[in-house]
Ligand binder design. Structure first.
Ligand SMILES: [Fe+2]
Ligand SMILES: [Fe+2]
Length: 156
């Protein structure tokens, strides 16, 4: 699969989880906990695929011209992974504070996804070309299967 198509499919999945999470109520504690675990797994695998495979290729091909976009996107990853998601995980899912934090996570991720899809990915398509994106996509599929296996083993 083409690397960008694969990442876009992940985005749809993440957005669906965020919608379910934002529609859940303070009484749906188990549902919120399960959805949050799912979101964390999806986001962490997806971010690794981008930071280990697509982003370095993009930066190498685009040079100085894309450096700012590259660092901005990485900064958004860091905000979600090390600040916003850990805070949400530490929040009692039966409290309204949880819904407030979900809203912020949802806004941040939707903004980030939009920038990738509208700005970075079209430019990456031009810079890298179809053959290279197919090769990167194969790498991603292998890496994803491996991560899922590792995380599955941890959960078991
Ligand atoms: Fe990203
Ligand atoms: Fe992404």
């Amino acid at each position: 699969m083409n690397a960008i198509d694969l990442l876009k499919a992940d985005h749809e999945h993440v957005k669906a989880i965020l919608t379910q999470l934002s529609e859940s109520t303070d009484r749906a504690i188990k549902k919120r906990t399960d959805l949050l675990a799912k979101l964390e797994m999806e986001v962490s695998i997806h971010t690794r695929l981008e930071e280990d495979i697509l982003y370095p290729a993009f930066k190498q091909a685009g040079g100085k011209e894309v450096a700012e976009m590259y660092y901005e996107a990485k900064e958004e990853h860091r905000t979600v992974d090390s600040l916003v998601l850990p805070d949400l995980k530490a929040t009692d899912p039966s409290q309204p504070e949880f819904a407030g934090r979900v809203k912020v996570v949802k806004e941040l991720l939707e903004h980030h996804i939009q920038e990738e899809e509208k700005e970075m990915f079209p430019q990456a398509r031009k810079l890298l070309g179809k053959a290279k994106l197919d090769t990167l996509g194969e790498k991603m599929e292998t890496m994803k299967a491996q991560f899922k296996k590792e995380l599955g083993n941890l959960a078991a």
